[in-house]
Structure formats: structure tokens, C-alpha cells
Design a protein around this ligand. Sequence first.
Ligand code: SAM
Length: 305
Amino acid sequence: MLNDASKTPLPPVCDYEGSNYRTDFWEGQGRDYEDRTERIALRRLLPPSGRRVVHLGAGFGRMTTGLGGYDQVIVLDYSRTMLREAQQFLGTGDRYIFVAANVYTLPLVDGCCDAAVMERVIHHLADVPAALREIRRVLAPNAAFVLEFASKRHFKAMVRYWLGRQDWSPFDRAPVEFVELNFDFHPAYMARCLQDAGFETRRRLALSYFRSGFLKRWVPVSLLVGLDRLVQPTGQIAPYSPSVFTLNTAAGDTPPAAPDGALFRCPDCGGTLRREHDVMSCEGCGARWAIRDGIYDFKEKLTGG
Ligand SMILES: C[S@@+](CC[C@H](N)C(=O)[O-])C[C@H]1O[C@@H](n2cnc3c(N)ncnc32)[C@H](O)[C@@H]1O
């Protein structure tokens, strides 16, 4: 069994290995407004409980704490640094499964999850259709998928464009890569990609209209959060905010789950994995993957015998 990944080169990845994302971007960095409003959106969109949810590009687990109603949480990220921080942040209880992997080649069997969450990640993905197809593959029919994306069609971008201070148009549907591997998307482009990948978009929330240094300095954060909460639902018909949260459901069928209840499959070829101690070996292509310090590591395969 071969998947596309074994035949075509994968898109480049924005690698957070060694990054201080938690302390450089969140802790003490004046982003309580963003953090709190994203939690509100997640609570509004994600079914509160379920069997198994996968948190894709979970980082250090900031928003994973919002997945408390699920029996099992797969905390997945490409960066081992992030996953080690997530282990510290969340603890290593039985509910969490920490997985180092690429969202383009998920090491998960078809249809094994009944929910997925991905916020602040698609922003880094050069091939959105490929990533969404892969996410759809691991979801059971009707599973919920909460996806956040950074929108290019927001008021500030429009004003900058009209004043000639920005060369790209917020109305053009193609993604804009404003820094290497950092993309903003038109809501219509994202809607189309989700539909093509086999999702039905049910709800859309507009976030972060009040993300401004000036407002944050002069207006109490609780007031900004309250206002954001009020206007989030306008995203259903008019998403003109810099951040958009969507609730999508997996449409159509998914191949039946593995009869032996397996969770993992080989990310290279889709083959069955056999576990011996701390190594998983693929019965299809022979690739070997390590389990290290509580992390199932599918980032790089083991070399040598
Ligand atoms: C901006 S951080 C967001 C982290 C977390 N979602 C949050 O909001 O706090 C982006 C995360 O996506 C991960 N990431 C980027 N590309 C990825 C890929 N192709 N597969 C898996 N994770 C990826 C990075 O390692 C990083 O942890």
C-alpha cells in the first residue's frame, strides 16, 4: 500500500524545533485577548465531549486544555520541542497521546478520530488542499473539525490596500505568503478547499476585530473579550476579521476503522505497524519509528538495524 507521500515530495514545513514559542509569543506578551477569545470560539464550536479528538499542530498545548470532555486526546505536532513542553504543560496522564508527525502524512489509521482541532497552523501550510484531504482521511463520518485560519480579507488589509500601502489585494482569492511559510487566506478560498476535501462548513466565527496595541493599552481586556464574544457570530455571513474559526463536519463515508482497533499506521506507505518495545516497524515498507520519552516519533524514521 502506497500513499501519495511516498511518491511525491512533501511541501516544506515551518519547523518549530528549538523554538521558544510559548515564552516569545504568549506568556507575558499581552495576548490574553487572543487567547481568551479563541477559547470562547472553541467552546462554541466543538462538541463538548466525545471519544477521541486529535489536536493538530497543538504546540505546547495552550488550547488542548479546552478538550477536556474527550476520552482520548492525540496531541500532535511536528516539533518535538513543542511536544516536550506540552507534556510539561498538560501532564502525561493516560488521556494524552503525544505524537510527532507531519500533518501532510498523518500516522493515523482511516477514520480513527471523531473530532479534530487545528488553530494557528494552516497559516504555515503551503499546500492547504493536501493537508485538508489528509485530515479528512483520519476522521469518522460526521466528525467535527474546528479549523482556524488567518484571513487576508480584513478591514485593516483593505484600508492599507486602498491607501496604496500594500501591494497584494485582500479581495484576490489566492493565498498571500507575506513571509516565507506564513500565509493569509481569503475566506472563499478556504471554504472551497474545505468543500473539495470532503467537509461541510456549518458555522463560522469572526475573531480578533479588536486586536490592536492601542485598544489593548486603553481598554480593559475583559471588555475587549466581551465585545469580541458579541461580534463573533457575525462571521457566519460577513467574516471581515483577521482570524476566522470554522466548524466543519466530515461529509460522506470513511473506510471502516481498523478491525484490530489499531491507531497508528506507517506515515510513509500506510502499512500496518508492529510494535516491539520502543520501536514500531512497518510490515509494508520496513520503516522503523521510535517511541521516546512518551512521544510516538514519526518525524524521522530510524536508520540502521
Ligand atoms: C503558531 S504555532 C500554534 C500552536 C498552537 N496551535 C497554538 O495555537 O498555541 C504553529 C504550530 O504548528 C506546528 N506545525 C507547523 N507545520 C506543521 C506540520 N506540517 N505538521 C504538524 N505540525 C505543524 C508547529 O510546530 C507549531 O507548533
